[in-house]
Write a protein that binds this ligand. Structure first.
Ligand code: CUA
Length: 314
């Protein structure tokens, strides 16, 4: 099922499957509504004034009828539930090898940062046939990133990261919209996704070099704010090292554990006292207000890049 008869182009591997679910839901709804309407019309005709139809007391009960009207809808709805839940879980779980691209929304534009340091505004260039994970946050109010051709939409919130993933299946340009009213120019907060052949995407990356990779930009922020004074190898302060922490579970002071992902690293920088790693005193100051969203994303990319290295953070 492609393109829904040409009206809604589909350009991701999930789009056809989402359309199939939507069509099935619509079909079931039409059958139910159509059936009820037909019965209403039939009854209105049969029991019209002056008709000879029987008007005696209704039969007290019919076990067969009860079993049928309980079982059939139950089975139909359970099938739809399981079908939708499986699709939803898949949509919420980005593949581990997905290419992570950062998006910062603000009134009224989309700012995109690629891992190689390339930046763009209101445009998102991606290669075809590769899973893409967007790590998104907002600098001001709630926005929502919507790409109809991929059948994906996700709220973008200030103060936390939300993620979205898709795998483009077809080259071309597709509209990108804000789907949450966010102020005066909400309707103008649009852009486009450009899906390119992998070699074209590589060329595009080369033609648009940023100021170093995102991780390198993060290292600059790391040094400028003196993070190494505590987290560096030669630091005298008792603070956890940062190499290799990304993607692992960390034990917390309160006995729980937490997955060290983008969101946890962000929280640790802005609200360090909220989830303290076991064995360390809660002495880190908050960097709330000192770093903007793009700097925090760069720091996260830097700490993430340390995960691949053996040695400790410098
Ligand atoms: Cu951003 Cu509407």
């Amino acid at each position: 099922m492609s393109d829904l008869a040409g009206y809604f182009p589909d350009a991701s591997i999930m789009a056809g499957r989402i359309d199939a679910l939507l069509l099935a839901l619509t079909l079931v709804s039409v059958l139910v509504v159509g059936g009820i309407m037909a019965v209403i019309v039939w009854f209105a005709f049969r029991y019209r004034r002056g008709s000879p139809a029987a008007r005696g007391p209704a039969p007290s009960r019919s076990r067969t009828l009860e079993v049928v009207w309980i079982t059939v809808p139950l089975v139909v709805f359970l099938i739809i539930f399981v079908w939708a839940a499986m699709l939803y879980l898949e949509l919420r779980s980005p593949p581990a090898d997905a290419l992570a691209i950062n998006v910062v929304a603000k009134q009224w534009m989309w700012k995109v940062q690629h891992p190689g340091g390339q930046r763009e505004i209101n445009e998102l260039h991606v290669p075809v046939g590769r899973p893409i994970k967007l790590v998104m946050t907002s600098q001001d109010v709630i926005h929502s990133l919507f790409v109809p051709a991929f059948r994906v939409k996700q709220d973008v919130l200030p103060g936390r990261y939300t993620t979205l993933w898709f795998e483009p299946s077809r080259e071309g340009e597709y509209p990108l919209l804000c789907a949450e009213f966010c102020g005066t120019d909400h309707s103008g907060m649009t852009g486009r996704v450009v899906v390119m052949a992998p070699q074209d995407y590589d060329q595009w990356l080369e033609r648009n070099p940023g100021a170093g990779t995102l991780a390198q930009q993060g290292e600059v922020v790391y040094r400028r704010h003196g993070c190494s004074g505590c987290h560096g190898e030669s630091a005298t302060v008792h603070a956890p090292g940062l190499a290799g922490i990304y993607g692992r579970r960390a034990s917390l002071e309160d006995g729980g554990t937490v997955m060290v992902d983008e969101g946890y690293i962000r929280d640790s920088i802005l609200r360090p006292a909220s989830e303290v790693v076991a064995g360390y005193p809660p002495i880190m100051p908050s960097y709330q207000g000192q770093l903007d969203e793009e700097e925090i994303l760069a720091l996260v990319a830097y700490i993430r890049s340390l995960a691949d290295r053996e040695e400790a953070a410098p």
